[in-house]
Design a protein around this ligand. Sequence first.
Ligand code: SF4
Length: 333
Amino acid sequence: MSPDAPTTEAPLFEARDLVKRFRSRGTVVQAVNGVSLRIPRGRTVGLVGESGSGKSTVARLALRLLDPTSGQVTFDGVDLLRASRGQMQALRRRMQIVFQDPLGSLNPRMRVLDAVGEPLAVHRIAKGSARVDRVVELLERVGLRSSDLYRFSHQFSGGQAQRIGIARALATDPDLIVCDEAVSALDVSVQAQMLNLLKRLQSELGLSYLFIAHDLNVVRYMADEVCVMYLGQIVERGDGDTLFADPRHPYTGMLVSALPEFAPERADGRARRAVPRGEPASPSSPPPGCRFHPRCPKAMQRCREEAPALHGVADGRAAACHLFDAGREASAR
Ligand code: SF4
């Protein structure tokens, strides 16, 4: 669903015009610059882009683990930036995160019972035997067994550890889970199991996901709507299948053309098609005009001087590119 499409239901989560700048070694880093997102209930919005595009900063702004320099974030109608401490505590139960490194994100000295049960203790949801029962229920929901209860995280494989991370995120019965590169560290076959688990949990529990990854295929599989980020900005958004079949923004086109093709003669079954051209600029000194212009094969003089706005193009999509300014779309294709 496009955020620009009319909808009768208020979204569960909405971010408007988020900006995040911070100082690093005497320079100002523009990590996020004018990002807006809307996540309907029970749906998945995917954020994709190269490393350094600002995806993970958006994740932290969404959960208010970071405060934005400017912009607005609402969750179920509550303005998170104006929420009281008590309100924020109650809302944190409903917004959880699954991290990239499943083993690194778990305390190796904690048993599974304590790792998954910790949010139940912190939020005073259950204690004693009720907590144990709830942890067993969570483990079984994610495909682990009650006999895993007293094992330590280092005794599990990466995929099993990520199941523990997901069980922990589910403990407080959240509405929104931010998956920040949640499957990126896993083997391809384990990735597929984890994506299917997340999909099943979504349909069973009505979860909404903000799904962040650098792998387009993964985002395409998971997301109802895909947002492509480049140097802190969303440059294209739209339905995943349409966007991948017919990318409008030159950066999306470059990412799609670099997707691995199925190549059964190779040991891993995948072959690379094209290497993305050039490297992104530093977020501390983004190029003037369109931030993508130094890498864009279609750059014009105007692109070096004027930043394009994100606006609607065909098929309910939006793109930030001068090629799609009014009246130019036909000539751009
Ligand atoms: Fe390329 Fe210009 Fe479009 Fe930027 S605005 S993506 S430089 S054509």
